[in-house]
Design a protein around this ligand. Structure first.
Ligand code: ARG
Length: 511
């Protein structure tokens, strides 16, 4: 972390001191950083691989034992029943397998935009889904259950009258809950992104029960002895199948291999391996929670390296966005002060749009719409950097404009009267001083971006927050990893503030 701060400091100092070097720095730093990023985000890029030797699978690894992160070794492996099947199929068909992730409700959009060749996430074929994607044959049957506190006696659908019921967004459990709600009065649904969040909501009493698939419910209940689950009897079994983009040529070959695996009993074997053991690879907490906040950080100690691995990504993301945002903001602010009407108008309109809409919305738009609009399969990390650059450029343009206008007018006049051309005057005299003026504002912007970087977890970048959530989902706990992530963010911000004040002092001395 200190290394990165030093890098940042020296970049800024270079900016200030060797103005002539600006040009080269501006040109090469992004190139360098992007190559760094693409190196580190290898696993994040979901390229459709038709005609290649690698198949990309997308999944929602919040679903032990189907798919979840094995955080124990800190090596960010997604494992589980589905993953084993995918590996076998890929191998049989002579492909390498690459796994990328998203929230469950992002899987179908990802297939539709060809971000992946197939999705496996314990997904059930429904008529509605079949309109948008194709499915393989069913490879496993599951049943829905009601999960609730042991003493609550919520066991049957009719018990749920007037209760708050949690479901995972976009799943058939959500649909089933809606169906139940048509018959049983007063059910209030709460849709959440991840199963672990739903379990946490039950434990904290904000919802009364949840509808969760049996194998998954079993794991969570074993880890949280105060909960119980009951199979919904009227419910017919719902199968899991592999999902493909509509019209995919992979459906047939996949089906063949799946059928083979069924016939040879290999599916059975995998099912026993994953569904009969005590939940996942994780050891379940022995101490039942007695209600209240009984924190036990020892439970996440083995996973700390996993969470820490999110730091470089968060920092890289933040610094890159600040840097590119600064350049883009400078361009915009120059447009604003040119006095050339169309330029001023455009820059102002741009700023108002990007400041007037939520960052999260911009992020989702860039991530999901770019492949459709441009045909370029933008990775989650690239989408994040692009959105944050566009957004922070809008904010920074205003700051920089203020900084430029605060530079003493006499300087510009003096330069012009000496015949210094406008561009040279801006580049060599005005901008460096403006940058110095706005340094504190820039630091604020950087801190803001650092914290907002947590938003990219929503599109599947495994940065600090996402890593913490993964650990939480894995260990079936929620507070400890989040508190730990909070501590990391706080320390990073403190470090940044500290190095900024060092930088400011140094600049003052150099005056
Ligand atoms: N079987 C359910 C469905 O198809 C839930 C699957 C959820 N999967 C997950 N990885 N979270 O809707």
């Amino acid at each position: 972390m200190l290394e990165n701060d030093k890098l940042f400091t020296s970049i800024i100092i270079n900016f200030m001191k060797k103005r002539k070097v600006w040009f080269l720095t501006i040109l090469f730093t992004p190139i360098l950083m992007i190559s760094l990023i693409t190196g580190s985000s290898h696993s994040l890029k979901a390229a459709s691989s038709l005609g290649k030797d690698t198949l990309t699978m997308i999944t929602s690894p919040d679903y032990p034992p189907y798919e979840f992160y094995n955080t124990e070794k800190g090596d960010r492996q997604i494992v589980g029943f589905d993953v084993d099947i995918a590996k076998t199929v890929a191998q049989e068909l002579g492909f390498q397998l690459k796994i990328v992730e998203s929230d469950f409700n992002g899987l179908i959009p990802a297939l539709q935009t060809n971000r992946a060749d197939f999705a496996m996430a314990g997904m059930t074929p429904t008529p509605e889904r079949k309109k948008n994607i194709d499915f393989s044959i069913i490879y496993y049957q599951a049943k829905d259950t009601i999960v609730a506190p042991k003493n609550s006696n919520l066991k049957q659908p009719q018990d749920l009258a007037l209760k708050k019921v949690g479901v995972q967004l976009g799943t058939i459990q959500e649909e089933n809950a809606k169906k139940i709600a048509q018959k049983v009065t007063g059910i209030q649904l709460k849709q959440l992104n991840k199963v672990a969040e739903i379990i946490q909501e039950i434990k904290s009493g904000r919802i009364d029960a949840a509808i969760v698939e049996d194998a998954v419910a079993k794991g969570f209940v074993q880890a949280n002895p105060e909960l119980a689950f009951n199979v919904i009897p009227s419910e017919k079994a719902s199968g899991s199948a592999i999902a493909f983009p509509k019209g995919s040529s992979f459906v047939e070959p996949f089906n063949k291999v799946l059928q083979q695996m069924k016939d040879k009993g290999e599916l059975e074997k995998l099912a026993t391996k994953w569904f009969s053991q005590t939940t996942s690879t994780t050891t379940v907490s022995s101490s039942p929670s007695k209600g209240g906040l009984n924190l036990d950080f020892s439970r996440i100690i083995p996973d700390i390296p996993f969470i820490l691995k999110g730091i470089p990504l968060t920092l890289l993301f933040t610094l890159l966005s600040v840097f590119l945002g600064l350049i883009w903001g400078t361009v915009l602010s120059l447009c604003k002060i040119t006095g050339i009407k169309p330029l001023v108008w455009l820059a102002n309109a741009y700023t108002s749009v990007f400041r007037g809409t939520p960052l999260l919305l911009q992020l989702a738009l860039v991530y999901y719409a770019t492949p459709q609009l441009t045909g370029y399969n933008i990775s989650a990390l690239e989408a994040g950097v692009l959105t944050f650059t566009l957004n922070s450029g809008a904010y920074m343009s205003e700051t920089i404009r203020g900084g430029i206008q605060a530079v003493d007018k006499g300087q510009a006049e003096a330069a012009m009267s000496m015949g210094v051309p406008y561009s040279l005057m801006m580049w060599d005299i005005i901008l460096p001083q403006a940058l110095k003026n706005i340094l504190p504002a820039l630091v604020n912007e950087t801190i803001g971006l650092l914290k907002d970087s947590a938003l990219v977890s929503t599109i599947g970048v495994v940065e600090i927050l996402r890593s913490a959530q993964i650990v939480g989902a894995n260990k079936y706990i929620y507070f400890e990893p989040l508190l730990f992530a909070g501590l990391i963010y706080y320390l990073l911000v403190m470090g940044m503030t500290k190095s900024a004040s060092v930088l400011e002092n140094r600049l003052k001395q150099s005056e």
